[in-house]
Design a protein around this ligand. Sequence first.
Ligand code: NAD
Ligand code: IPM
Ligand code: MN
Length: 375
Amino acid sequence: MAHTVPVIPGDGIGPEIIEEGRKVLEAAADVHGFSIEWREYPFGADHYLDTGELLPDDALEELSRYDGIYLGSVGDPRVDDGVLEKGILLKARFYFDQYVNLRPVKLLPGVQSPLRGKGPEDIDFVVVRENTEDFYVGIGGRSETGKSRKELEIERSLYTTRFGLDVETDAEEIAYQVGQISREGTRRVVEYAFDLAEGRGDDRVTGVDKANVLTDIYGLWREVVEEVSADYPGVEHEFNFVDAVTMWFVKDPDYYRTVVTPNTFGDIITDLGAMLQGGLGLAPGGNINPSGTSMFEPIHGSAPKHAGKNRANPVATIWAGSMLLDHLGEEAAAKDVVNAIGDVILEGETLTYDLGGDAGTDDVGDAVAGKVRGR
Ligand code: NAD
Ligand code: IPM
Ligand code: MN
C-alpha cells in the first residue's frame, strides 16, 4: 500500500520538527510494509515574502485529493500577526471543513507533569475543540479601517439596539469581533465527541463554555449538547464554565474523560492541557473532517526563538504523525510510533531541553525511529 501525504513544513521550528516526523513515519512504514510518498509544499513566511502567496486556490484544490496533510507550524516575526495564521492555517481548516480539532492530553510514563503527585494514570483525557466557528469566523472590524461614516453608523446602531450600548457616532476608535456558532455546526462536533467517548469507553462528556455570560452564543451551544446527549444514554454529560475548568484541570485532571468545547476556549484550554502532559513540545493535534481532508500538526506554534537551533522537541509532531497514520488506516504503525516515543522518553537518554536533556531535535527523531525499527 502506498500513501501520498502532502506536507507543509512551514515556519520557525516547523521544518526541523517535520523532518523528524517524516523520519519516524518512514520507519513505521518500512516495518509495516507500506510506503509514504511525501508531496512537499512551500507555504509559509519565506514563500509569502518572496511571492505574496499564502495558500492559493489551486493548491487547496490539489490538497483536497488527499486524506491527510502533515503540517509543521506557521507564524513568523517578519510578517504581521495573523497574516500567515489566518491565510494558511485557518484557511486550510475552514476550506477543508475540518470541524473537529482533536487534542489528546496524555501524560506519558517518564514525563514529569508540573502537577505535583500526578502520574500517567491521572492525566489521560481528550479535548474535542470545535474548529470552524465561534470567534474564528472572522466577523469584525475597526473604526479606522477605512469604513464609511454610514457603515460606522450602522455598526454603532447595532450596538445600541442589540446590546443597549450608547456608542456615539463620532466616538473614539472602536473595534469588535463577533462570535458565531450554528446549530448544525455544533451538533456535528458534539456528536463526534459523544461517539469518541463511547469508543474510548469514557462514561462522561464535559461541555466547556461560558453560558453564564455569553448567553446567546453558548446558550445555543449548551442546548445542542443537551439534545445530542439524549442519544447517548450510556454516557453522562455535564457542563463546566471555562474559567472554572482551568482551575479543575489543574486540581483534578484525573476527573476528565472527553471534553467538548467551542473553538476559542478550546485553543486556550489545550495549551493548558499541553502543560499538564509535560509541555507544548509533547502535545499533538488533528484537524479532522471525518469525510474529507484532515490535517495533523503539533498544537504548538513556530517557536521562532528556537528556530534553526536543532533544539525544539519533535515529539508533538511525531505524535501528530501517529494520529495521521491512524487516520490513514495504519493503526498498528500508529501504535508503534506512540509506543516508541514512550520508550525513548522512559529511557531518558535522548531528551530535548524542555524535558531536562540536551539532545538535539534530530537525535530524538533518530532515537524514536530506531525504536520503531527495533520493536
Ligand atoms: P509557540 O507554541 O510557538 O511557542 C511558545 C513557547 O513554547 C516556545 O517559546 C517554547 O518555549 C515552547 N515550545 C513550543 N514548541 C516547542 C517545542 N516543539 N519544543 C520545545 N519547546 C516548545 O507559541 P508563540 O510563541 O505564542 O507563537 C509563535 C508563532 O507561532 C506565532 O506566530 C503564532 O501565531 C504561531 N502559532 C502557530 C500555530 C500553528 O501553526 N498551529 C500554533 C500556535 C501559534
Ligand atoms: C492553534 C493556534 C492557532 C489557533 C492560531 C495560530 C491560528 O493557536 O492551533 O492552537 O488559534 O487555533
Ligand atoms: Mn493555540
